[in-house]
Design a binder for this molecule. Sequence first.
Ligand code: ZN
Length: 223
Amino acid sequence: MEINPSRLVTVPGNGKVSVGKVLCIGRNYARHAAEMNSPLPEVPMVFLKPATALTGPGTSVSVPPGIGEIHHEVELVALIGRRLTHASREEAAGAVTGWAVGLDMTARDVQARAKKAGHPWSVAKGYDSFAPLGRFASPAGFDAGNVTIRLSVNGRVVQEGNTADMIFDVPTLLSYCSTIFTLEPGDLLYTGTPEGVGPVQVGDRLHAEVEGLPPLEVGVTSG
Ligand code: ZN
């Protein structure tokens, strides 16, 4: 796949990943929307994280001092391998070149203040290391629409769901996003989290899994 070299990003522990945009979807599982007291979206709720937030397996989420609670959100991540503009669901489905498990770390108190003030979520979602990303697996034989997704903290399962429960499936999300942004090879899509989000503490071990993909293990350190 063709990548603009200026967009090469080193992901510690994950080698070089040629990442462009990091698209994320909010409220894509009904029970997570409910636990956040948020209404169900009628169209996908899209936000972006900077690619500098990425960090790889075996590294740590770095918690900045004084920003309150940091929550885990385990998510299925799609790597785009083909340029998409106003793509159909079928074109979008065929453009995914890799799948990984990721964590959309969220400064929940910062986000709550932003929501209240009508401000964007970029700060709450964008700190360095707030986008842990596992190793990619190829799409062959992987059914993104029906796999278990799970997060354990210190060996205890805290989030567990199935991608079949997504409100908008991945082809729909990519098709929709491609009507706004041209998607390019190297762009990522974090597809939303099932219920069970909660705070992490310095010293925690996070073990994220999507059935059929390499697991992702990261620690939590003070920043
Ligand atoms: Zn999320």
